[in-house]
Design a protein around this ligand. Structure first.
Ligand SMILES: [Zn+2]
Length: 374
């Protein structure tokens, strides 16, 4: 479909495996019958990138038209439109919706951009409601697995530095490293390396995280509700951030390079391997700490938690396999047979984490690779 649009726009078509919608599936088509589905060894899966940039994306300078509550779906090319009665029928809930007055001019030959059949994905760029108040800076919190061999760790760190170099200068960057324990780096403390340590074996609540970090005062909660005014105040005259401010842990991307270089030695601290065992990796607690910190302090603002993980979670909440290498990581078949020992506990933990992140409006990107069983 991207080729169609490219030709239509007069540009050179470029191969784009995901198409303009950013959707890629393990098969080109769904299995058509139960028998076909049962023959699939790999589960039917789709990777969806809803905010992926595409040079062919149509940008509409107005707000999307939504179906009546509780549906809220957005007008799209799959909606049936009655141009005479000025009504559209939602393809999800089949509600009939009247077009608002500013759509009065539409007819078969004059349709808005979101109804073009090739525009199954569009970008809405409505004018800002309040142009005077600048939006809070975006936050990128890196969660880095340190149970890697030195060479891999080097690649990860250089990739991370490259990624930070591509961020806008005012974006805020934070760093959590983890192995058997979770280390939250206080990047705003420039004089020396300062780290908060969390045990990897125990589930930890949001309140406990904030208590531990000294962020649980009422003032911080107030700051979180009213946006992010604390950042604009910047450090105190002595160059330090107030101890109750989350910005002790977040540095502008432009200031990060030196600080990330200087945290080099603690990064490889938990680099411990025992023969016959997997590395002890408390991915669950690390993600909890990341979500808890950001949820209490910058909820509702643009945040990405970027987790770079080199193997399965083997300790604490969210573990999916024990550290003993004689126990293989569960396969899809084990899950089907309900023979995966840690599965139910883990899924409960990650479901709760997902709910927490959705409530906070935050994104978790998980980049993971483990080849020890291939
Ligand atoms: Zn609807």
């Amino acid at each position: 479909m991207s080729d169609d649009i490219a030709v239509g726009g007069g540009a050179t078509p470029t191969p784009d495996p995901d198409g303009p919608d950013g959707v890629r599936m393990t098969w080109n088509s769904w299995p058509r019958s139960k028998v076909e589905a049962s023959k699939c060894v790999i589960p039917v899966a789709a990777s969806i990138a809803p905010i992926r940039a595409s040079p062919f994306l149509v940008v509409l300078p107005y707000a999307p038209l939504r179906c009546k509550p509780p549906c809220g779906a957005v007008l799209n090319p799959f909606a049936r439109v009655d141009f005479f009665a000025k009504i559209w029928i939602c393809p999800f809930c089949f509600s009939r919706n009247h077009f608002p007055p500013h759509y009065a001019g539409i007819n078969e030959t004059n349709v808005p951009g979101e109804l073009y059949s090739q525009c199954t994905t569009v970008e809405y760029a409505p004018p800002p409601l309040d142009a005077a108040a600048p939006p809070p800076p975006p936050v990128f919190l890196f969660v880095l697995d340190t149970c890697l061999i030195e060479e891999e760790l080097g690649y990860v760190k250089s990739a991370m530095r490259r990624a930070i170099g591509l961020l806008p200068d005012h974006a805020l960057v934070g760093l959590i490293t983890f192995g058997t324990q979770v280390h939250l780096h206080e990047l705003g403390f420039a004089d020396m390396s300062k780290i908060y340590v969390f045990r990897g074996t125990k589930e930890i609540s949001k309140e406990q995280i904030l208590d531990h970090l000294g962020l649980s005062s009422a003032g911080v909660r107030h700051g979180a509700v009213t946006g992010a005014p604390r950042y604009t105040k910047g450090p105190q005259p002595n160059g330090l951030h107030p101890s109750t401010s989350v910005y002790r842990f977040l540095l502008p991307a432009s200031d990060c390079d030196y600080t990330l270089n200087s945290v080099r030695s603690p990064i490889s601290f938990s680099h411990i391997f025992e023969a016959g065992n997997r590395a002890l990796r408390c991915t669950g607690v690390a993600l909890s700490v990341a979500a808890g910190l950001l949820g209490a302090c910058v909820a509702g603002t643009g945040v990405r938690i970027i987790a770079l993980v080199g193997g399965p979670c083997t300790v604490g909440p969210g573990m999916i396999v024990s550290k003993d290498l004689s126990e293989p990581v569960r396969s899809q078949k084990d899950l089907d047979k309900d023979a995966a020992p840690h599965f139910h506990k883990a899924i409960k933990f990650y479901d709760n984490l997902a709910k927490q992140l959705v409530n906070q409006g935050h994104v978790l990107d998980l980049f993971a690779s483990a080849l020890d069983q291939v």
